[in-house]
Ligand binder design. Structure first.
Ligand SMILES: Nc1ncnc2c1ncn2[C@@H]1O[C@H](COP(=O)(O)OP(=O)(O)OP(=O)(O)O)[C@@H](O)[C@H]1O
Length: 911
């Protein structure tokens, strides 16, 4: 009988074990099978926070540092991502989002960016309706600082807009999205039409060749105007009108919101003639931006200088401290330095910048506490003490330091708010009783009882500061619940009604392990009152708390099961991993189902493609479109842009084949848009386009129109402005295989939107919301400007007289001439980069009114630009690791001489 019973039990156990193994196995299997994306490199994806033109944007967490970052994904084949990474990685400026790392997978490129929790300036403006003037000045100065910095590196952004300015948690502006950026040193005048319509300068809308710096400055004018007034200066419901206004109309400078100084600056920024627009330096020095502008200018100049002088790298105290820490931890410091110097954007430099940021953050947040602590230590040492006190104090200090160390490690481990340590530990040794700094105010919720003998205040919450404690009230609630639960378990298990501090107790699997010396500050005195508040009350009622030395002694007596770590004592629901996982799960389920039309259109994965199809069917667009790479103005044009700028993808600057009579012209203040036959296009008196009106229009035509439209439509509009037939004929003719990027055009055709060659449709506005479908949801004034907020890059031929340039022996013009004659041959040659080796000063000087020669700043760039750029590259120890000239990138990467051995590598920088 007994044997049979034993066998039965064993079988049950076996079954149980089998079931457990089976479950684990299935779990692992389903993990392998799952399409859910949880991790990318060292980053754990938390949730999706945005969607750009090229891919999704996720909030993620760096697993090693618990630093929150943003992962911006893009299709690997998208040439714009190369541009974005190429330029973005060169920037290291406080008001530009940091690019920590770039991860390239089989199909995607992941950019690891600094997380700006304050969202876009656009959203901020929506919330505020109008930004108060002081904030305007501060934010605009920061934005200008970022642009000044980029311009100083001879880079132009070309897509400055409210949506591309993010706010960090402190409300500081950060410029982002360098998808249209290019350098302007090798080519002074650009021709690729890009940007967002409402932010476009007149010369862009008129498709003239333009100075990249000046179009950024115009866009800054639009930004400042919009920030101040809450409405856009040139906003209309369709693009033709917008363009007309940009070229002809003067914005309404409402004196109730725009001061005289502001008006003066705005008028200069929004000068129709680019020559009259100020330089970035002039802007920052403008009286309207005082005092922020000049401060930013100085700071930026200092940053630029420091970065050009690459030798200063790794020499700051912070950097040296970090190097030392890494070296001691066994990291290959040389490899890290090398990676940082060469801007490799790999995981080593990623780790470096994240740690540096973290150090800054920690320093910032811990400074007050540290000061206090130092003071306290000094008091302990310096003050007259009895031998007994001294002995105790030293012990206390040792203990304090030790425990603080433990706490820091705990903090590192439990970085997430929900996993902050609760271990009772000495937060600081208090001042002398008579110390005036030791006032009652410091006796906060955070403070534990005071040991009267040694003037030691023991805090139950060692790491968290008061403010963070307030911020994380929910954590206390959780702990309170946790303790309640523990109490319940204890009572179930017949344990005593006593809690012990984390450092002298441990929990494992939900059970509480007692310590013989149950002197914890969490000792309960009051029945079921398990919440922290009550515990604190009970603490203060206790006549004497443990000293640090006692705590230390207690700490050593670990319970058999407990490690005494803060982590171990967490209830499972507070474990960061499980918490994060649950967040990810929640997110995943929502993202897979939460596929709005807008989101899905931009998605590349299979699931989303299905939704794309349905979305397109909703839109009555051929579902076939979605099978191909989702089209957008930006991405489509990016091909053009990339080609025109770099000629690397086989695409080309299409010759302007449309009839010259159809060319946009703006002579004597008129343009193609001032068609008298169209009353809609007649000049209207500038109206103050207020928020309210915009809201209304959002609901009406603009938003619905933008919903109907797609980036494809916009692309159609753009492509028709360039060669309409050639892409096809070239393909049909079996032209240069490098034209392989051109299927984008045939896609357009398949959409039925491609006009007949003789069509004049390129003149018509496209109601494209362009990648702003997400924005169309917003009940905002900017929704009203949907039609105008199209990011576009148009490639078109120069408006200059090519022949004359050829006669002048201009290299670039010769290329342009070639383009016109033999489009197939341009594929390699025709690009903005063609002028790399031969700066086009002659053309600049002779063919254009807004030339660099006529503008001091531009002249400087034009004349000294080349040397400046290359010198910069050489001098800056790869501060800029490359230009469009691949050779220079190679050189930068291979040139070991650039790498400076840091003597600190071999010695303790702190010593
Ligand atoms: N560093 C960041 N911090 C916080 N949010 C971000 C960050 N980068 C991007 N986002 C969010 O993701 C959204 C899309 O990002 P972003 O605009 O850079 O993508 P994009 O592909 O360049 O889009 P578009 O070209 O349409 O402007 C932004 O609107 C913003 O809300």
């Amino acid at each position: 009988m007994n044997n049979a019973a034993a066998i039965t039990i064993t079988k049950a156990e076996q079954n149980n074990i089998k079931a457990i193994i089976g479950t684990s196995y299935n779990k692992l299997y389903s993990q392998f099978q799952s399409d859910e994306l949880c991790d990318v490199g060292n980053y754990k994806i938390l949730n999706q926070i945005g969607e750009g033109s090229f891919g999704k944007v996720y909030l993620a967490c760096h697993k090693l540092t618990h630093h929150k970052v943003v992962l911006k994904t893009s299709d690997k084949k998208d040439p714009n991502i190369v541009r974005e990474v190429f330029y973005h990685r060169q920037f290291n400026y406080p008001h530009i989002t940091k690019l920590y790392e770039v991860i390239v997978t089989e199909t995607k490129v992941w950019m690891v960016l600094e997380y700006c929790s304050g969202k876009e300036l656009y959203d901020h403006l929506l919330k505020m309706k109008r930004i108060p003037i002081n904030q305007c000045i501060e934010l605009f100065s920061q934005i200008c600082g970022a642009v000044y910095y980029a311009h100083s590196l001879n880079c132009v952004h070309r897509d400055l807009k409210l949506e591309n300015i993010l706010l960090d948690k402190e409300g500081k502006a950060k410029l982002t999205d360098f998808g249209f950026t290019r350098e302007c040193m090798t080519k002074s005048l650009l021709e690729t039409v890009c940007g967002t319509t409402v932010y476009m300068a007149p010369e862009l809308t008129e498709r003239k060749m333009y100075d990249g710096f000046k179009i950024d400055i115009w866009a800054l004018g639009v930004i400042l105007y919009t920030m101040m007034t809450g409405s856009m200066p040139f906003d209309e419901e369709d693009q033709v009108k917008i363009k007309w206004k940009i070229v002809n109309a003067t914005p309404d400078y409402n004196s109730s919101v725009i001061t005289e100084d502001a008006k003066d600056l705005l008028t200069k920024l929004l000068s129709k003639d680019p020559i009259n627009r100020p330089t970035m330096k002039e802007i920052l020095e403008h009286p309207f931006l005082r005092p922020y502008g000049s401060t930013i200018l100085k700071e930026t100049d200092a940053i630029i200088l420091k970065q050009r002088d690459g030798t200063s790298r790794f020499h700051s105290k912070k950097e040296r401290r970090l190097l030392k820490m890494l070296r001691r931890s066994g990291f290959d410091v040389h490899a890290i330095k090398n990676s940082v110097i060469k801007r490799k954007c790999d995981n080593l430099s990623g780790l470096w910048f994240l740690l540096l940021d973290q150090q800054n953050k920690n320093e910032h947040s811990l400074r007050p506490r540290r000061n206090k602590s130092v003071l306290s230590v000094r008091n302990v040492f310096d003050g007259p003490k009895t031998s007994h006190e001294t002995e105790n104090s030293e012990g206390i200090i040792r203990t304090s330091l030790e425990l603080t160390k433990v706490a820091s490690i705990g903090k590192m481990i439990n970085k997430t708010a929900d996993t902050i340590s609760l271990s009772p530990i000495i937060q600081h040794v208090s001042h002398n009783k008579n110390d005036p700094t030791d006032n009652g105010a410091s006796k906060t919720l955070m403070d534990g009882p005071v040991n009267k003998t040694n003037n030691i205040r023991i805090s139950s919450m060692p790491v968290m500061r008061e403010n963070s404690m307030r911020k994380n009230n929910n954590i206390f609630k959780k702990f309170s619940d946790f303790f309640k639960q523990k109490k319940y378990l204890n009572s179930q298990n017949g344990l005593t009604d006593e809690f012990v501090g984390t450092d002298n107790h441990s929990t494992d699997g939900g059970s509480v392990t007692q310590h013989s010396q149950s002197t914890s500050i969490f000792k309960k005195t009051n029945g079921d009152k398990g919440d922290l508040e009550n515990k604190r009350k009970s603490q203060s009622m206790r006549p004497k708390s443990k000293t640090a030395a006692e705590l230390k002694a207690t700490k050593k007596v670990e319970t058999p099961r407990g490690k005494g770590t803060t982590r171990a004592s967490f209830p499972s629901e507070l474990n960061s991993t499980s918490y994060e996982q649950s967040v990810v799960k929640r997110f995943k389920s929502t993202t897979s189902s939460d596929t709005s039309r807008q989101a899905s259109l931009l998605n590349y994965d299979g699931d989303s493609l299905r939704v794309i199809r349905s979305s397109y069917s909703d839109l009555k667009v051929s579902p076939k479109l979605s099978e191909v790479r989702p089209l957008s103005n930006v991405s489509q044009f990016s091909n053009d842009t990339n080609t025109s700028d770099y000629s690397t993808d086989g695409n080309t600057t299409f010759q302007n084949s449309f009839d010259s009579s159809a060319k946009p012209t703006l002579k004597h203040g008129n343009s193609q848009y001032s068609l008298n036959s169209n009353p809609d296009l007649m000049v209207k008196p500038p109206s103050s386009r207020k928020y309210l009106r915009r809201n209304l229009s959002v609901r009406s035509e603009a938003s619905s129109a933008s919903e109907r439209s797609s980036r494809t439509d916009s692309f159609y509009d753009i492509t028709t402005t360039t060669t309409q037939i050639k892409p096809f004929s070239r393909n049909k003719d079996g032209g240069n295989p490098k034209d392989s990027v051109l299927p984008h055009f045939s896609v357009q055709k398949s959409n039925g939107t491609w006009p007949s060659p003789n069509s004049n449709k390129y003149m018509l506005p496209r109601r494209s919301s362009l990648g702003r479908r997400r924005r169309s949801k917003k009940p905002s004034f900017l929704n009203n400007s949907q039609p105008g907020t199209d990011d576009i890059i148009r490639e078109e031929s120069s408006s200059v007289d090519d022949d004359s340039d050829i006669q002048q022996g201009n290299f670039t013009s010769n290329i342009q001439s070639n383009i016109l004659e033999k489009p197939d041959d341009i594929i390699v040659e025709a690009s903005d980069n063609d002028g790399i080796s031969l700066p086009n000063t002659q053309m600049v000087g002779q063919s254009h009114s807004f030339t660099k020669t006529s503008n001091p700043e531009l002249s400087r760039r034009d004349v000294s630009g080349g040397s400046q750029w290359s010198a910069f590259n050489n001098d800056s120890k790869s501060f800029i690791t490359g230009t469009e000239d691949e050779g220079s990138i190679e050189n930068a990467d291979n040139e070991e001489s650039e790498y400076h051995e840091d003597p600190e590598d071999h010695e303790d920088p702190e010593d």
